[in-house]
Write a protein that binds this ligand. Structure first.
Ligand SMILES: Cc1ncc(COP(=O)(O)O)c(C=O)c1O
Length: 445
């Protein structure tokens, strides 16, 4: 490899390993580089053969291979693969687009949430209030550290936290309220923020599904003290399969960088060394220990590329959702989800199909069964977390919790499922709408 390939053009001053400008033996690359055939394998991974035209595929691949050899000869191979300029650019864009002071791009959103729980001062024995209906990731950290997860009931319209039930479940030990904007539909944030303010409790919005969705003119995920998004491969946008973004306007967000990488503190140095390692200061000034949620440069690049086209992505999903609503409007046994307004709009991650089980000979289980028979995929929709074995193993009393979440029980067992909206073509959406209508009508009393 020629020596010009070894030199990073712009050393990254934020990372001590790259502050080597002028060094004859730079430490900017401590790992094996990727070569053109590796890059070709990545291209092939992203665009595998369809099996329909192998000859054309082979020809195109050959051309790209030759092109990559040319690039390699004329350029150099990337040496900074994690927490570099791409991560910085992703965060800059996120701050600008979401109007937040602090943004941290992480390897996934579960780890982003972990940082928010830590900075929010959640410790063993503390309570966090979450909606009963969400994904297990929402509560992974509190369960891990022995905090108590308190399940609040849902509002059937939004499938998100019911503020009235949150009010009933607040105790002096409550440290955090975690609204989840399921499927991209906003929880009613005003009363939640008001309750939190009255009781001096922090709010973390789990906006895993809700990048680009709004509530009363504000971006979901930016209303609470902390919030964030997932870019796992099934979300509206992804970052090569996994990724997360933690955001905040609170001063605690200053610690995001340190929180992401094991507490390494480049603003300080121990004698004869390059940095110090310090604890995070949580909101009560208590030390919390950082973990490693670093994201790769490729993840950050993948995120930025798709984030830049988010408005078009949401618009095409919205078209599909509107088509479903228009198709279902005349059928009273189907209850439509909240409609977008100029101020409050879904990201249309998933379409909540809600039925009036009282009007049918059967319920959502019968609907799901029939839909599956007719080839409409069953999305693994969200189940009440307290039903999972792990909660029983940790000593949670499932039956008594269920009794405090009657609407969650009703919706999960009888009332709702999720339909997909992801790039479905017109014919697929029309088939899905027709099949749902046929199924529901056949079950009518
Ligand atoms: C509601 C909810 N919260 C949190 C997460 C965790 O996100 P990630 O997979 O990026 O860790 C998910 C992921 O599917 C989710 O659906």
């Amino acid at each position: 490899m020629s020596s010009n390939r070894e030199k990073p053009k712009k050393p990254n001053p934020g990372d001590f390993r790259y502050a080597v400008e002028g060094a004859r033996i730079p430490w900017h690359a401590v790992g094996e580089r990727y070569n053109p055939s590796d890059a070709l394998a990545v291209v092939k991974f992203l665009f595998p053969p369809s099996g329909e035209n192998d000859a054309a595929y082979g020809e195109a691949l050959g051309e790209i291979g030759r092109g990559l050899e040319g690039l390699f000869a004329a350029g150099r191979s990337a040496s900074k693969l994690t927490l570099g300029r791409e991560v910085e650019k992703a965060e800059e864009l996120a701050r600008e687009q979401l109007g937040v002071k602090y943004a941290s791009f992480t390897c996934n959103w579960t780890t982003g949430m972990e940082t928010a729980y830590k900075l929010g001062g959640v410790g063993p024995g503390d309570e966090v209030i979450v909606p009963a209906l969400t994904f297990i990731a929402t509560v992974a950290y509190p369960l891990m550290i022995g905090a108590k997860v308190v399940f609040a009931d849902i509002d059937p319209d939004t499938l998100g936290l019911d503020p009235a039930d949150v009010a009933r479940k607040i105790t002096p030990r409550t440290r955090m309220i975690v609204p989840v904007h399921l499927g991209g539909y906003a929880c009613d944030m005003d009363p939640i923020m008001q309750l939190a303010g009255e009781h001096d409790i922090f709010v973390q919005e789990d906006a895993a599904h809700a990048l680009g969705a709004t509530y009363k003119g504000r971006q979901l995920g930016t209303i609470g003290h902390f919030g964030g998004y997932s870019f796992h491969e099934v979300k509206n946008i992804n970052s090569f399969g996994e990724g997360g973004l933690l955001v905040s306007n609170h001063e605690l967000g200053k610690q995001f960088g340190k929180a992401r990488f094991l507490g390494l503190d480049f603003t300080k140095r121990i004698p004869d060394w390059l940095y110090d390692v310090t604890a995070l200061d949580d909101r009560f000034g208590r030390p919390q220990i950082a973990s490693n949620s670093s994201a790769t440069e490729l993840q950050a690049l993948g995120f930025r590329l798709q984030f830049e086209r988010l408005p078009e992505i949401i618009a095409s999903r919205r078209r599909n959702a509107e088509f479903l609503c228009a198709s279902f409007a005349a059928e009273p046994a189907i209850i439509l989800p909240p409609q977008d307004t100029a101020e409050t709009a879904s990201s249309h991650h998933l379409f909540p199909l809600r039925i009036d089980a009282g009007a049918l000979n059967g319920d959502i289980q019968s609907v799901k069964f029939k839909l599956k028979e007719k080839g409409v995929t069953e999305i693994a929709h969200f189940g009440p977390l307290y039903k999972f074995e792990i909660l029983r193993q940790l000593g949670y009393e499932q039956k008594s919790i269920a009794a405090t979440c009657p609407r969650t029980e009703e919706m999960f067992r009888h009332g709702y499922t999720h339909l997909p909206l992801y790039p479905l073509d017109d014919e697929q959406v029309a088939y899905m709408a027709e099949t749902v209508l046929e199924t529901v009508r056949a079950l009518k009393r």
